[in-house]
Design a protein around this ligand. Structure first.
Ligand SMILES: [Zn+2]
Length: 150
C-alpha cells in the first residue's frame, strides 16, 4: 500500500493506493486540521487483515475529525457492503462504478456522487473510449449501492 497526503480546505487529503493487506501500515500517516478526505480510487484489494488495520486507523482519525471518503474503488465498495461498521465511520462522497463495453469488452470505471443518497443513483456511463459504444454498469446496481441503505 502506498499513501500520500496533501492539504485541502480545512484539513488534509490522504490518497491510498494498492493493496490494503498484511503489512499495510497507517502509523506513518500524519494528519492535520479538522477535516480528513480519503481518496480511495487506487485501492486494488482489501483483505481481512488489512481491513482491521484500516478500521483501527479510521477510529483514530474519527477522534479528531470527520472522515470523508471520495472515489471509493470497487474493492472498497465490496467492503462497504459487507461491513456496516466500516460504512458508519465514513461520510461517502463518491464511488467508482465499474463499466463494461458490450461491443468490445473494454472495461473502465466512472466516478458517481452518492452523498446524501439512500438508494442507487442513475449512473450516466460515458461512451467506450475504445469503440464509442454505450457502456453499461458491470455490477447489479441494487447490490453495488446496497451500502447507501445502511
Ligand atoms: Zn467498446
Amino acid at each position: 500500500m502506498r499513501s500520500s497526503t496533501h492539504t485541502v480546505d480545512g484539513g488534509c487529503a490522504i490518497t491510498l493506493e494498492g493493496d490494503i493487506a498484511e503489512g499495510a501500515s497507517f502509523s506513518d500517516i500524519q494528519v492535520h486540521g479538522r477535516r480528513i478526505v480519503l481518496q480511495l480510487a487506487g485501492v486494488d484489494r482489501i483483505n481481512s487483515r488489512g481491513l482491521n488495520a484500516f478500521m483501527d486507523f479510521l477510529k483514530r482519525l474519527s477522534l479528531r475529525a470527520a472522515v470523508e471518503a471520495e472515489q471509493c474503488s470497487p474493492a472498497v465498495v465490496v467492503q462497504l457492503n459487507l461491513n456496516p461498521a466500516l460504512t458508519s465511520m465514513l461520510a461517502i462522497g463518491s464511488v467508482m462504478v465499474p463499466l463494461e463495453c458490450p461491443s468490445c469488452d473494454f472495461e473502465s470505471v466512472t466516478p458517481v456522487p452518492v452523498a446524501g443518497l439512500e438508494r442507487a443513483p442513475a449512473v450516466e456511463a460515458p461512451p467506450c473510449s475504445e469503440c464509442g459504444a454505450a457502456m453499461v454498469v458491470a455490477e447489479p446496481e441494487e447490490r453495488y449501492f446496497a451500502f447507501l441503505r445502511m
